[in-house]
Write a protein that binds this ligand. Structure first.
Ligand code: ADP
Ligand code: MG
Length: 314
């Protein structure tokens, strides 16, 4: 199978043109074309996943397809963006039809669910790695940045934390218990919080998605905003499965990555005015204050971890 045949067979079926009114062309030409409407801004972000670094060797290709798009799309959710399309640069050690079929199928499922389709890409040979660029739009000046948190704002998170991090322990398990399976689902199939992000566009002062751990990512948000914050560990949302399986559930919720939940700040009034269906997706875990740094139950939490850093300590 040649390069173009591979692209045509496994990637063109996911083509964006015709599926989103703003994607006028792609893939198949030298460039894709996306219309950017008046009063709209284009937001875009890129993520790379390398075998052996971001996912284990022999990771099931269907799960990889879902996960790679979910991880990238989570950044759009954090900005409150409406998804439009994505591009995919894929490096493959070989053209294995079974692998490609399953990968493309997982990618297509995620693509339909998140509402963003493939507008182009690049295909090369080498050690397995994927780079996805996602595109979204927001009304002018409405993107939720990391830098807007104000003293007095509440700090909230979506979902429950620490599940994906706990799942790393039994990623290879052939017969996971029901509780292990629940945690594994968080690792394999993270759900970018697109609807929540969009619903927060008018209310949130700042937001970040939690890819490297709550302490690390909330730390970035506070730093960008030039404020401090404190969180109360008794308020951290933990899943029943995590609490049942791990004595260090709180540590995982504070420091483990791969959750792809949202962490957002907003004034108390703004939270109260959110529709019930949105408010119930959020848990208040703390408050923003003047100054700098993050305190967890009154202490500096960074003894344990600053989140995953590819270059630190190497
Ligand atoms: P060019 O040489 O003009 O960059 P390529 O030969 O690399 O074009 O790709 C041909 C077409 O196929 C382009 O429209 C490109 O966007 C698309 N394409 C290549 N690889 C992928 C991929 N992995 N997923 C989606 N589209 C792809
Ligand atoms: Mg070209």
């Amino acid at each position: 199978m040649g390069e173009f045949e591979l692209i045509r067979r496994y990637f063109f079926p996911l083509a964006a043109s015709g599926k989103h009114p703003d994607v006028l062309l792609g893939p198949g030409d030298d460039c894709a074309i996306q219309r950017v409407g008046k009063g709209q801004e284009l937001v875009f972000s890129m993520d790379t996943l390398v075998e052996g670094v971001h996912f284990p060797k022999h990771y099931p290709p269907e799960k990889l397809g879902w996960r790679s798009l979910a991880v990238a799309t989570s950044d759009l959710a954090a900005m409150g963006a409406d998804p439009v399309c994505f591009t995919l640069a894929i490096t493959l050690p070989r053209a294995d039809p079974d692998w490609l079929r399953d990968f493309s199928s997982g990618l297509a499922t995620a693509s339909r669910q998140f509402g963003l389709n493939l507008a182009g890409g690049d295909t090369t040979r080498g050690p397995l790695s994927l780079t996805l660029q996602v595109h979204g739009t927001v009304p002018e000046n409405r993107a939720i940045r990391r830098s807007g948190a104000k003293p007095g704002d509440l700090i909230c998170v979506s979902g429950t934390l620490g599940n994906a991090g706990a799942a790393l322990q039994f990623l290879d398990s052939d017969l996971p218990t029901p509780e292990q399976a629940q945690l594994l689902e968080h690792y394999h199939a993270p759900q970018p919080r697109l609807l929540l992000g969009k619903a927060l566009r008018e209310s949130a002062s700042a937001a970040v998605d939690i890819s490297d751990g709550l302490v690390a990512d909330l730390g970035h948000l506070l730093e960008e905003s030039g404020v401090g914050g404190r969180i109360d560990v008794s308020q951290l949302p933990l899943s029943a499965a995590l609490v049942a399986l791990r004595a260090d559930a709180i540590d995982l919720a504070l420091h483990a990555g791969d959750d792809y939940e949202l962490c957002t700040t907003l004034p108390e009034m703004a939270l109260e005015q959110l529709p019930e269906s949105i408010r119930e997706q959020l848990t208040v875990i703390g408050r923003v204050h003047e100054g700098e740094g993050l305190l967890v139950n009154g202490k500096d939490p960074r003894g344990n971890s600053r989140g995953y850093d590819h270059f630190e300590g190497r």
